[in-house]
Design a protein around this ligand. Structure first.
Ligand code: GLN
Length: 453
């Protein structure tokens, strides 16, 4: 814990932590030592972790990196983090993320952008660590913590993992409790770990997962020993390679990495099969209707009355307006406007309902594949390596949205997906591959992921 606390101090330039909690960390570490000495310590005893600032932590400021939450200090602990503490883990502090987890570059945080510890060869340009869990990925990659919590609504665990050569898994929807996590799009949000290896990710997920009566969408299925899946043979597994993910104009190095990944799995005894997921091209537009719609509804609670920021006003309407105009950043305001529009009378059927129907078709594509005996699907994790801070999405937000092209389908279908480091681009930057699994078969992803890693 001490070593990590001093590493955090030296790496403040990355802006990965928005709050350091050294006193709490040391006392948790001492407690872990005491439990180890007595015997019966948890599986994560003494392991120092960073916590994305979307997870409510009792007595420790939780902001979702939005001005509107101001100095909100929860009086309760999220289920996921309380399970980590139950198992002995230590909290080093709270990690930066895109405001309300909306973004793909960790540039929309009210605390400013996060830097990626990786650099292009021969260049000093600071690159993004991906988003929205950029703080989690950067901190793990820079060895500031042994692992981190993260959340993924459309790719926010997997894309930052791919940009930083770390491992990130978004489990099946319902695997981890969403209780105590600031809501973005409730039908898509899932918590998961970002870690240094598939083994570490497996150990963290085991503590994070599990049924919670406080989240009605959490599923009551026993949590397996994910670590046992590491090193397990993948012989005879059928891996689908979806032809619709072969995009026009895809960089040759991404294609090459994808084929290499397939070759490694084949060498390990898996069978590679070309498959079709015909509705893939509708996933991104449908996601950018469903996610803002749910966000506009979830964010209605930030009204200047219940929590956080409250601006001066003459009456209640003005209070809402002033608080929300001042408290939300540009990207969040854009999402609220899009979401409100697609849910409004006259547009609901044309946009929201349609997007939900498309979502069903996307889910069916995967179900058809799995029904044919496919165990997992292999795709690139991102369409490019990390880019420079401020390089993308400035004039055109859609340019930023396109980053999620390979990841959103997984959230739309509620499936588990893992990103594992697989290679480097011509400038020496990490690239990741994604494996998509059957519902509640995260173990398969750990076994396959470890082969690639
Ligand atoms: N980049 C996507 C978005 O901005 C996904 C974010 C996430 O998974 N939280 O909506």
């Amino acid at each position: 814990t001490d070593a990590h606390l001093s590493a955090i101090e030296k790496a403040r330039v990355l802006n990965a932590f928005v709050m350091e909690t050294p006193d709490q960390a040391r006392s948790m570490a001492r407690e872990a030592d005491a439990r180890i000495a007595k015997g019966g310590a948890g599986p994560l005893a003494g392991i120092p972790l960073g916590i994305k600032d979307l997870f409510a932590t009792r007595g420790v400021r939780t902001t979702a990196c939005s001005k509107i939450l101001g100095n909100f200090v929860p009086t309760y602990e999220s289920t996921v983090t309380s399970q980590l503490w139950r198992d002995g883990a230590v909290m080093l502090g709270k990690l930066n993320n895109d405001e309300f987890a909306m973004g793909s570059a960790n540039e929309t945080s009210c605390f400013g952008p996060v830097g990626n510890p990786w650099r292009r060869e021969g260049s000093n340009t600071t690159l993004v660590a991906g988003g929205s869990s950029g703080g989690s990925a950067s901190a793990v990659a820079a060895l500031l913590c042994m692992g981190a919590t993260a959340t993924d609504t459309g790719g926010s665990i997997r894309q930052p993992a791919a940009f930083t050569a770390t491992v990130g898994i978004k489990p099946t929807y319902g695997r981890c409790s969403r209780w105590g996590i600031v809501a973005f799009a409730s039908s898509l949000d899932q918590a998961g770990p970002i870690a240094r290896s598939t083994r570490d990710a497996a150990m963290l997920l085991r503590s994070m997962a599990g049924h919670d009566p406080k989240d009605t969408t959490s599923v009551d299925i026993a949590v397996p020993d994910y670590e046992a899946a590491i090193g397990k043979s993948v012989k005879g597994m059928k891996i689908g390679v979806p032809r619709e993910y072969r995009l026009d104009g895809m960089p040759a190095e991404i294609e090459k990495l994808w084929s290499e990944g397939a070759a490694w799995l084949k060498a390990a005894g898996a069978e590679l099969v070309e498959v079709s997921l015909p509705h893939t091209k509708y996933a991104l537009p449908a996601y950018y209707i469903v996610a803002p719609a749910e966000a506009s509804s979830n964010l209605a609670r930030y009204d200047g009355v219940r929590y956080g920021l409250r601006e001066q006003a003459k009456n209640i309407i003005e209070l809402y307006e002033n608080t929300r105009a001042e408290g939300f950043g540009a990207e969040v305001r854009r999402r609220v406007m899009i979401g409100t529009y697609v849910l409004s009378a006259g547009y609901y059927d044309a946009y929201y309902l349609r997007a939900q129907k498309v979502r069903t078709l996307i889910k069916r594509d995967f179900e058809d594949c799995f029904a044919k005996g496919i165990n997992a699907i292999l795709t690139p994790a991102t369409p490019s390596a990390a880019f420079g801070i401020g390089e993308k999405g400035g004039a055109d937000p859609v340019e930023m949205y396109l980053n999620d092209i390979f990841t959103v389908t997984v959230n739309m279908a509620g499936l588990p997906g893992i990103a594992v480091p697989a290679g480097k681009d011509s400038q020496g930057l990490p690239l990741g591959l994604q494996l998509i699994g059957r519902p509640f078969e995260e173990e398969t992803l750990f076994s396959l992921g470890e082969v690639i890693e």
